[in-house]
Design a protein around this ligand. Structure first.
Ligand code: 5GP
Ligand code: MN
Length: 331
């Protein structure tokens, strides 16, 4: 058994850098429904390793979403069901829970010599042979920037664009409380290295299909606000709006944008399950709410999946949100 290394500072230790020193075959392994922080960091690190002579495979249980087709190298990211070995290093980024790989982590343990887990989630399970968890990082993108800098790997425009997008999305376009001076310092270095903020923003927010605003309007008619104004939610039955709209619109941000709302919630029905997204504004820890349903995330952004018909799932989740919101008011 390899020793487990824990390291929770912004700069990677020698133990974290060690696996990337030599060369060989690396697998950059994503988790379910990968977002920009997962994909941007896997691609940035993988492209940098390729520049140092590594052979790199990219993939995970689900494909990259169409919205992120602009990320340099994302066409290399494949949907994986079987893993072929041997693999020298398997890297997971932004993945707190190994169960979020749909069984690929178990295969990776069989064919891979070393599992490296790099993440910024507070509830990270430290499942790797090497674990680097920095909860002060706004995005795993910041950590991969530090890793590449420590390795002396060049920041190409492709690498910079991937990392800039990872940080951009996890900070809500540099607006959330996770943003620090270091976030802006890293973003500045990435722009200097060739990331273009206007291209990233336009790719993320101004590539809507002609019918998207009509569907958005349809979805927003479902927004509800509690009588006291502190809860805002949106429950979407299957088929009400196309999946491509739900995936690209970050619908939970609309109830969140109401001034009085303390916790916003999106519930989307999918294959007999309900995917729940929770957002807070600093006074309620939504990760604790998600954890009650087997999910996780961050203080202000978390998620979980609840079994059951949508009305029942909505009732139990909102009851938990209500308890948390009322608890925060008393304290
Ligand atoms: P989103 O609401 O955008 O899907 O996710 C927000 C945050 O919650 C992300 O940090 C994501 O990793 C986490 N998250 C979302 N869904 C789940 C889930 O089912 N399980 C866990 N552990 N975390 C989740
Ligand atoms: Mn992240």
């Amino acid at each position: 058994m390899s020793p487990i290394v824990e390291h929770s500072t912004p700069v990677p230790s020698a133990a974290v850098l060690g696996p990337f020193g030599g060369g060989g075959h690396a697998l950059m392994l994503g988790h379910v429904h990968p977002d920009a922080d997962v994909l941007g960091t896997l691609l940035a690190l993988g492209l940098a390793l390729e520049g140092r002579g590594w052979t790199v495979t990219y993939g995970g249980p689900h494909p990259a979403p169409a919205l992120l087709a602009f990320l340099p190298g994302v066409e290399r990211y494949r949907t994986l069901t079987m893993l072929d070995g041997p693999i020298d290093v398997v890297v997971l980024t932004d993945c707190p829970n190994p169960q979020r790989t749909e069984g690929l982590i178990e295969q990776a343990r069989r064919v891979g010599k070393l599992i490296v887990n790099i993440d910024h989630h507070p509830d990270n399970r430290r499942y790797g042979d090497v674990n680097w968890v920095d909860t002060s990082a706004a995005a795993t993108g910041e950590m991969i920037y530090e890793l590449l800098t420590a390795l002396g790997a060049p920041l190409t425009p492709a690498v910079a664009t991937n990392l800039f997008t990872a940080i951009h999305t996890d900070t809500g376009s540099f607006r959330y409380s996770n943003v620090t001076p270091r976030t802006f310092a890293i973003a500045a270095a990435l722009v200097a290295a060739g990331a273009r903020p206007e291209v990233v923003s336009e790719s993320l927010y101004e590539r809507r299909a002609p019918d998207a605003l009509r569907w958005l309007g349809e979805a927003l008619t479902r927004v509800e606000i509690s009588e006291d104004g502190r809860l805002g939610w949106l429950a979407l039955p299957t088929g009400l709006v196309p999946e491509r709209i739900v995936e690209s619109e970050e619908l939970v941000n609309y109830p969140r944008s109401v001034a009085s709302v303390r916790v916003a919630c999106l519930l989307r029905e999918r294959d007999g399950e309900v995917k729940v997204s929770l957002r807070g504004k600093g006074d309620v820890d939504v990760q604790k709410i998600a954890a009650q349903f087997g999910g996780g995330g961050h203080v202000n952004a978390a998620g979980c999946t609840v079994i059951g018909p949508l009305p029942e799932a909505t009732r139990v989740v909102l009851a938990a949100v209500r308890r948390a919101v009322d608890g925060s008011r008393m304290s």
